[in-house]
Design a protein around this ligand. Structure first.
Ligand SMILES: Nc1nc(=O)c2c([nH]1)NC[C@@H]1CN(c3ccc(C(=O)N[C@@H](CCC(=O)O)C(=O)O)cc3)CN21
Ligand SMILES: CC(C)C(=O)C(=O)O
Ligand SMILES: [Mg+2]
Length: 275
């Protein structure tokens, strides 16, 4: 008889249980195997974000990202991970239509990547869908506040919850998706007092991105924190490295050495065996 494989990766249940533990949940996005391998020892979960469209493919928004692209990047990240939980973003148009559509596409994502759960954007309007999915075996990470897939409805990436009405809607959305079964949820670009109030009222971890230090955890886009992406810099981004100038200067030096014939040198050159 074969023994079931032991799950060595952190589970969504373990992430959920970090609520109230006093231990912040640490997350970064990743889109490729080598970067997943580098981040894996340091995070609780990796998010394969649809931000890949903007930071990797040069799209104007995340709306052009397809399910097939997310599956390819999800599978790539899974090949680099040993211990972290892996959550993959459902792209725009693959889950909003109905609970059945969401389940069908998320199930494909889970089967074809081997990831631990999926993320989808929305509050109250997505609660029924989240309930349908979680009841049928798909762990769901929610995402409220600034929801970039609604850029065409909102018109800008400005912070959310600045009016009483909007703050109330975000708060009730948070409660609705928690009740629906989300194991945690991202709060993006939301005023500090609102993020704090939502976190205090929540029974599952809140993962902040531009939502203050009061959230139960934090996530950042990898290319932002590595200083690799420069089309825009949201207020919530901190550069922990500046890779863009290092990459540019490596290319500059290489080009100069090729032009001066300093590269390739003898040690980079295959020679016939001396007889
Ligand atoms: N590189 C990157 N980082 C992200 O955080 C990110 C993506 N891409 N792509 C998908 C969405 C889009 N997001 C964004 C995009 C722009 C701003 C931004 O420019 N914010 C400004 C305010 C803009 C305004 O008020 O109109 C800021 O100062 O924070 C914020 C979040 C978050 N996500
Ligand atoms: C910014 C995070 C939360 C995200 O959704 C993404 O990277 O797509
Ligand atoms: Mg996203």
């Amino acid at each position: 008889m074969s023994v079931p494989t032991i799950q060595r990766r952190k589970t969504t249940g373990q992430i959920r249980a970090m609520k109230g533990s006093g231990q912040p949940v640490v997350s970064l996005t990743a889109y490729t195997t080598p970067v997943a391998r580098l981040f894996d020892p340091h995070v609780d979960f990796l998010l394969v974000g649809d931000s890949v469209g903007m930071v990797f493919y040069g799209f104007k928004s995340s709306l052009e990202v397809t399910l097939d692209m997310m599956i390819a990047h999800g599978a790539a990240v899974m090949r680099g991970v040993e211990k972290s939980c892996v959550i993959v973003d459902m792209p725009f148009g693959t889950y909003q239509e109905s609970p059945e559509q969401a389940f069908r596409n998320a199930a494909r994502m889970m089967v074809e990547t081997g990831c631990d759960g999926v993320k989808l954007e929305g509050g109250e309007e997505m609660a029924e869908t989240i309930h349908f999915m979680t009841q049928r075996g798909i762990p769901v990470l929610g995402h409220i506040g600034l929801t970039p897939q609604s850029i065409n409805a909102f018109g800008s990436y400005s912070s959310r919850g600045r009016t009483d009405a909007e703050a109330k809607a975000i708060m009730s959305g948070a409660q609705a998706i928690e009740e629906a079964g989300a194991f945690a949820y991202v709060i993006e670009a939301t005023q500090e007092p609102l993020a704090k109030a939502i976190t205090e009222a929540s029974g599952v971890p809140t993962i902040g991105i531009g939502a203050s230090v009061h959230c139960d955890g934090q996530v950042l886009v990898a290319d932002d924190m590595l200083g690799l992406f420069s089309d825009f810099k949201p207020k919530f981004v901190k550069h922990y490295a500046s890779l863009a100038p290092q990459i540019a200067s490596a290319a500059e030096t290489y080009a100069a050495e090729v032009r001066s014939r300093a590269f390739p040198a003898v040690e980079h050159t295959y020679q016939p065996k001396k007889s």
